[in-house]
Design a protein around this ligand. Structure first.
Ligand code: F0G
Length: 460
């Protein structure tokens, strides 16, 4: 039997959570159109919707909140954050933003023109959408193993270097203002990218004069996987791995709601003083002055401290260990999951879980609904609802390669006993999987439809 990881902390504050009945939950999901984004948090027992902004902060971070300097310009917390960013990421310039997607928006609205292309291993959905609203195209070039839920590979988030090279040759470097790489690759299952692959990605882009920006949301978890899995990096201090990671890049976008261990915040960092000038103008227009960027001084302090805590080796061993523990418990029950387990979440493979439902019947969304009804657990669909698109030529729906349900684990929030509970609920649903029915979409917005779409159960 697998042993859960030992927590490198003790608990000082607790927040009660409430259990509802199955009948109550059936009524709730029907009322919200079978979209769990619309359920009130008080009606959820275990919330695995996201690991973003849901971390438990440490006493050191909470103490930092009291030292928030709420001056409009030049607050001391900005300089603490600058120090942390220089130490960990090594970029000389940065602007705070209210969260990761704001950093993306500021970057893309500064650099992109209609018709441009931005290649990446795999863009996260907000990144993809922020590129497309500029009239540009987001292109995913992850290695083929990254799209196969059953293939064991230590770095399934890696960029396909050959395809990247070909893509640049075919597209022309003048239409590619930047390339990106997402570490870890969230939409591909929280899978890490090797240090060697980040270096090679930088080399290919730079040979063509294209800058590399890293989507750094989960860079600390990525650094830990590099230390554990990349032979040449074994035993190396994580701060050194982080510094080398970013040494190959020209900048990064960061959501501090993940590996910043904060409840809100982000930043955009870069090497180029010219780009920094342009970014500052844009930032002031949409986020705020350059030393606060949409955040309070206390938020900046929580991030400055969280960024440092997130690279603690004992914390990361526990963090990745807890996610791996949940994955192993599910596998004991025979539940099909994406393998190997990623850094921040376990992903159920809805195609193998519900083989009787075709993608047009939204199997992953149907599973999300059932897990809520069965155990008051909120998860999120990363499949047809989130990632299908229309072929512009034929008007036909193009289904995504992966049909997943993500169980994202908030950092330092739930106990290992709660991991056992989650595994038991999923296993119960798996036992009666043939009884699950599909869903259809009854309402959808133009962009990012998964947040607000409404569904109805299919008859039969
Ligand atoms: N990039 C990645 C890889 C992400 O996972 C996210 C957010 C963002 C960018 C945007 O950051 O939310 O601060 O604006 N991911 C969250 C999630 C929402 O649930 O995976 P944000």
């Amino acid at each position: 039997m697998i042993r859960p990881p030992i927590e490198p902390f003790r608990i000082k504050v607790v927040e009660p959570v409430r259990m509802t009945t199955e009948d109550e939950r059936r009524a709730i999901v029907a009322e919200v159109g079978y979209n769990l984004f619309r359920v009130r948090a008080r009606d959820i027992y275990i919330d695995l919707l996201t690991d973003s902004g849901t971390s438990a902060m440490s006493d050191w971070q909470w103490a930092g909140l009291m030292q928030g300097d709420e001056s409009y310009a030049g607050c001391r917390n900005f300089y603490h954050l600058e120090e942390a960013i220089k130490k960990i990421f090594g970029f000389p310039y940065f602007v705070p933003t209210h969260q990761g997607r704001a950093a993306e928006h500021v970057l893309f609205s500064t650099l992109l023109r209609p018709g441009d292309y931005v290649p990446s291993n795999m863009h996260f959905d907000t990144t993809h959408a922020n590129i497309e609203v500029q009239g540009a195209h987001a292109v995913d070039l992850v290695i083929p193993e990254g799209l196969d839920p059953q293939c064991e590979h230590p770095f399934k988030g890696n960029m396909d270097i050959g395809r990247l090279e070909n893509f640049i040759q075919e597209t022309g470097k003048e239409r590619i203002p930047l390339g990106m790489i997402t570490i870890t690759n969230n939409n591909g299952g929280g899978q890490p990218v090797s240090l060697q692959n980040i270096r090679q990605t930088g080399e290919v882009l730079h040979r063509h004069g294209i800058p590399l920006f890293i989507d750094a949301c989960r860079h600390a978890e990525n650094a830990y996987f590099i230390q554990q899995r990349e032979a040449a990096q074994s035993g190396r201090p994580l701060i050194e791995i982080a510094r080398e990671t970013f040494s190959y890049a020209d900048g990064c976008t960061m959501s501090a709601k993940k590996d910043g261990l904060a409840n809100i915040g982000g930043f955009l960092a870069m090497r180029s003083p010219e780009l920094y000038e342009r970014v500052c103008q844009r930032l002031i227009l949409v986020e705020g002055f350059t030393t606060y960027g949409g955040l309070a001084g206390r938020d900046l302090e929580a991030i400055a401290r969280g960024l440092q805590e997130a690279l603690d080796e004992r914390y990361l061993a526990y963090r990745t260990g807890q996610v791996r523990y949940l994955g192993a418990r599910l596998q004991e029950y025979g539940v099909p999951i994406l393998e190997p387990v990623g850094g921040h979440a376990v992903y159920l493979d809805a195609r193998r879980f519900l083989p009787h439902l075709p993608q047009s019947e939204l199997p992953a969304q149907s599973l999300v609904v059932e897990l809520y009804i069965a155990g008051s657990i909120r998860t999120v669909e990363i499949g047809t609802v989130m990632n299908a698109h229309e072929d512009p030529a034929t008007g036909e729906t193009v289904y995504p390669a992966l049909e997943l349900v993500r169980l994202a684990i908030p950092r330092r929030v739930y106990t290992n006993t709660q991991m056992d509970y989650i595994a038991e609920v999923v296993a119960q649903v798996y036992e009666r999987r043939e009884t699950l029915r599909g869903l259809r979409i009854v309402h959808e917005p133009e962009f990012l439809r998964h947040f607000t779409a409404r569904f109805a159960p299919l008859e039969g």
